[in-house]
Ligand binder design. Structure first.
Ligand code: ATP
Ligand code: MG
Length: 431
């Protein structure tokens, strides 16, 4: 036998029964997006590397060390597997001039790629669901997007997800704070770790985000960006807070909340949980009013968030909130292959009415004993067996037998006519 191949480290296959959880979550998200009038956008997985360098910022974790980049072997173009979707969405919006007739509310689903050390909740191919509202200055849509996420947690039954918000102000304000921060950190050079030293002049704000316990006291006492915000930025933030309060949405202001990408300004937020260990951020976002112009479009404000699908599913699992594996409504038992034409015709008619039916098939010409077929029917989880016995089929009928007590409207075996499936099909649906 040929040598077995395995998937790339940190990249997962998702198959049944887990894939049913993904479909279930995606369906809930689609319905949520529709209720908020957000529309789906699908952009390419591969983008020019320059899009992320320009969009995310050169001194970000992603651009510095996490991108899967390669050269197009035909034309030498530098390409990257998208590490996030906002830059691509903005590129598409600019490229197709999508804001010509007003602002847009968009959402996406899909795989993202980051070269990180794989661990629980952290993969190299992972999936995000995200929203972007482009052309809106907020804070009304900021509050709308935060509410959408809260609605999703409520609908999924998730508790233990808390909201943290902050304001990053505008560039001029950040620059003033940055100078004060650098001066402060320079005075405490001896307490900085390697990462912080490296970022001291390139991206000092990110030092505040450090997870190094030895530096907590230092960053705790550092100059706070909030104290450098001007009147307008503060007003934007306070209006957002008032709109969250008005909706009864609880939050904590975390003055040290910064985001990984350079493109953020004003509102930033994260939803965090204590149930997932170190990988506790399940959803994160904020305003990126400068990004559209940075990517070559006509300046327009925008806001968005992205949630980590694997982390949400893990949280749902930890809280025992995942739905049971799907089961068919009925399982078709076929004593003799001779009746196959009638079986296939009947099952198809049933499926056309919405009944979920699994047909007994063994992969060989032999269908096996009734006993072994009933065993399979039981194992499938189906609530009914459809028994296509010779004499029943000859009489134009099929026997319908309930296999369990719960969820069935029919408790006794009955005979049903093959010629008029729609008259009895609904009976097979969950009671
Ligand atoms: P972290 O601090 O955990 O690295 P991040 O700030 O890099 O997160 P974002 O770029 O904001 O994450 O992405 C939004 C969400 O996507 C995160 O909150 C998280 O739920 C999820 N996410 C990010 N990176 C990964 C990954 N490598 N594997 C799984 N999920 C991820
Ligand atoms: Mg990260």
């Amino acid at each position: 036998m040929a040598e077995k191949l395995s998937a790339v480290k940190g990249m997962n296959d998702i198959a049944a029964p887990e894939s049913a959880h993904w479909e279930w979550l995606e369906a809930k998200v689609r319905a949520l997006m529709a209720r908020y009038a957000y529309r789906n956008i699908r952009t390419p997985i591969v983008e020019p590397t320059g899009l992320f360098v320009r969009g995310l910022g050169e001194v970000t974790d992603i651009v510095e060390k996490e991108m899967y980049s390669f050269e197009d072997r035909l034309n030498g173009e530098q390409l990257t597997l998208r590490p996030e979707a906002t830059a691509g969405v903005v590129r598409a919006v600019v490229e197709h001039n999508m804001l010509y007739d007003g602002p847009k509310r968009l959402y996406y689903f899909g795989p993202m790629f980051r070269h990180e050390r794989p661990q629980r909740g952290r993969y190299r191919q992972f999936h995000q669901i995200g929203v972007e509202a482009l052309g809106f200055a907020g804070p009304d849509v900021d509050a709308e997007q935060i509410a959408m996420a809260c609605d999703l947690w409520a609908e999924l039954g998730l508790t233990d997800v808390t909201l943290e918000i902050n304001s990053l102000g505008q560039i001029a304000e950040r620059n003033q704070h940055r100078q004060a921060l650098i001066a402060y950190l320079e005075q405490h050079q001896d307490q900085l770790d390697e990462d912080a030293k490296r970022r001291l002049y390139s991206n000092p704000l990110r030092i505040l985000d450090t997870k190094n316990p030895a530096m907590q006291a230092l960053v705790e006492a550092a100059p706070k960006l909030m104290d450098y915000l001007g009147e307008e930025s503060l007003a934007h933030f306070n209006r957002l807070r008032a709109l969250l309060d008005a909706q009864g949405i609880a939050y904590r202001v975390n003055p040290r909340l910064v985001r990984g990408m350079d493109y953020y300004n004003l509102s930033v937020f994260e939803f965090v949980t204590t149930s997932l260990g170190a990988q506790g951020t399940v959803c994160a976002g904020g305003r990126y009013d400068g990004l559209i112009a940075q990517i070559g479009g006509k300046a327009a404000p925008a806001v968005g968030w992205a949630l980590g699908v694997e982390r949400i599913l893990e949280l749902l699992k930890a809280q025992n909130l995942l739905p049971a594996a799907p089961v068919p409504d009925a399982y078709a038992i076929i004593p003799q292959a001779e009746v196959l034409p009638q079986v296939l015709q009947t099952l198809r008619a049933l499926r056309q009415t919405g009944v979920q039916v699994q047909m007994h098939a063994t992969g060989t010409d032999s269908y096996g004993s009734m006993k072994s077929q009933f065993k399979k029917a039981d194992a499938s989880g189906a609530r009914y067996a459809l028994i296509f016995g010779d004499s029943e089929v000859a009489a134009g009928q099929v026997a319908v037998k309930p296999l369990r007590a719960e969820g069935v409207s029919l408790h006794e075996q009955t005979l049903q006519p093959l010629a008029s499936v729609p008259t009895w099909a609904a009976m097979l649906l969950p009671a």
